[in-house]
Design a protein around this ligand. Structure first.
Ligand SMILES: [Zn+2]
Ligand SMILES: [Zn+2]
Length: 261
């Protein structure tokens, strides 16, 4: 049996639909050996219904830690999915410094003061070619910040099915090199399949580039519902194998260990 992990799961601490304990049974049924919770955290925006209040982060971490003993049949990891906002690095670094986390996922949901994934109206009247390149620049800045272990859905800008007119292969190559240089993991995020894009992040045509550049990978569902834990993982592992990957990243207290699958 393959050793499988799913490190990107949301519960009612942020915008997930169920408490953490509801995810354990489905994770075991999906054949997972480890799951990690990764609530949304953002320090720089007001009124975010989809984010955890930063003042709750300590109780969140303590609660997830308590589950580690309560459910010995599966390894449980404590993570956060943190919004990367250019210019906010120092404040974020200070906030995160003392948190007892197994890993940090850094994600770019914000482009300026708007989110790219909540409303398709964001894209109206914008030049998608420019937007696509600019989004990659922010993701590369996130990877270079030194704040994160994993970069979430690195081409989330594809969420509503828009495509650049140009061949983006060089952008993916640059992105992969920056990830490697900064020793960050990219995720094959299967949740794009449930969005208008109807496919994984990143674009499957370029997975081989990440393999060639030797960027470590993990497969994540980004589940907001228990039924979606480990969703589409057979296909995702198949894609990784075809692209040349043989192992995925696991984390304990922010120390990475690669495991063959
Ligand atoms: Zn996200
Ligand atoms: Zn997420």
């Amino acid at each position: 049996m393959t050793y499988r992990t799913d490190y990107h799961i949301h519960t009612t601490f942020s915008d997930g639909k169920s408490p953490a304990t509801d995810y354990i049974g489905p994770a075991l049924s999906a054949g997972l050996s480890e799951i990690g919770f990764s609530e949304h955290l953002s320090l720089f925006r007001e009124k975010q219904e989809w984010c955890m209040n930063p003042s709750n982060v300590t109780s969140y971490i303590e609660y997830i830690s308590s589950l580690k003993e309560q459910f010995p049949d599966i390894k449980i990891k404590t993570g956060l999915e943190i919004d990367y906002i250019p210019g906010g690095e120092k404040e974020l670094d200070l906030f995160l410094a003392d948190l007892d986390l197994d890993y940090r996922i850094g994600s770019v949901h914000y482009f300026g003061d708007k989110t790219v994934d909540l409303n398709p109206d964001f894209y109206y009247g914008k030049d998608f070619n420019t937007l696509f390149e600019d989004y990659f620049d922010i993701v590369m800045a996130a990877a270079s910040s030194g704040l994160f272990d994993i970069i979430g859905h690195c081409d989330l800008i594809r969420i509503f099915g828009h495509k650049p007119d140009f061949d983006p292969e060089d952008l993916y190559r640059n992105l992969a090199r920056i990830f490697k240089e900064n020793d960050v993991v990219f995720e094959l995020n299967t949740n794009g399949r449930n969005r208008p894009l109807a496919d994984f992040y990143p674009d499957r045509r370029f997975l081989h580039i990440f393999a060639e550049e030797k960027v470590p990978v993990c497969i994540n569902s980004d589940a907001h519902l228990p039924a979606r834990v480990g969703q589409y993982f057979d296909e995702a592992y198949g894609l990784l194998t075809a692209a040349g990957f043989t192992e995925t990243a696991t984390f304990t207290k922010r120390q990475r260990r690669m495991i063959r699958f």
